[in-house]
Design a binder for this molecule. Structure first.
Ligand SMILES: [Zn+2]
Length: 190
């Protein structure tokens, strides 16, 4: 059946959107401005959310339908809501209220702060990983020495101070390792 005379949104399955091309364009440009890996060629895609710290993409954007929804923080709405959330003026920049400008400045500042915090967290995880490797090497060295003392009690008797110190170091390294692991766990699960 020829449906070409029907308005786009009614034509079966072809186009779900009743959004004007201008509005689609507006949404696309707003999203492109705020989502660094935004792909205007994709009508629907998941991105890392810009409204909450997000490591795995949970913000669904359907440009053609003009809607967005985040499965992480629950922010959702239409093009106008998106503009409001990022603090962009809806009509013209000339008529932009002071409140809208303030909102936009705040959103930019928050985004920057978030990026800095994320970079810091990454650097911190790298440091923690390096410390973890060091402690692990300490544990292995101490365990080797303890095993030797265990196999050769005569050596342990000959070097009692070293044997005691190694045992102590081994225990301390194990403790340090468990602390680091707990810290790393926290860093990763943010
Ligand atoms: Zn979100």
């Amino acid at each position: 059946m020829d449906q070409s005379w029907l308005p786009g949104e009614i034509r079966s399955g072809e186009k779900m959107s009743n959004l004007s091309p201008q509005l689609i364009e507006r949404f696309s440009s707003l999203a492109g401005q705020y989502i660094s890996d935004f792909d205007p060629a994709r009508a629907k895609k998941l991105y890392c959310c810009i409204f909450h710290p997000d490591r795995t993409p949970s913000l669904s954007i359907n440009v053609e339908a003009g809607v967005f929804h985040c499965f992480g923080c629950g922010q959702s709405g239409g093009v106008k809501d998106f503009a409001r959330l990022v603090g962009e003026p809806w009509n013209s920049a000339r008529g932009e209220s002071r409140a809208a400008r303030a909102r936009r400045a705040r959103f930019h500042a928050e985004q920057q702060a978030r990026a800095i915090l994320e970079r810091r967290a990454e650097a911190r995880s790298r440091t923690l990983c390096a410390e973890h490797r060091e402690v692990f090497a300490e544990i292995v060295a101490a365990a080797d020495l303890l095993a030797l003392f265990y196999r050769r009690p005569d050596l342990a008797a000959e070097f009692p101070v070293l044997a005691t110190r190694t045992g102590k170091e081994y225990g301390e390294a194990l403790f340090k390792q468990s602390l680091l692991e707990a810290q790393l766990e926290r860093e990763v699960s943010i």
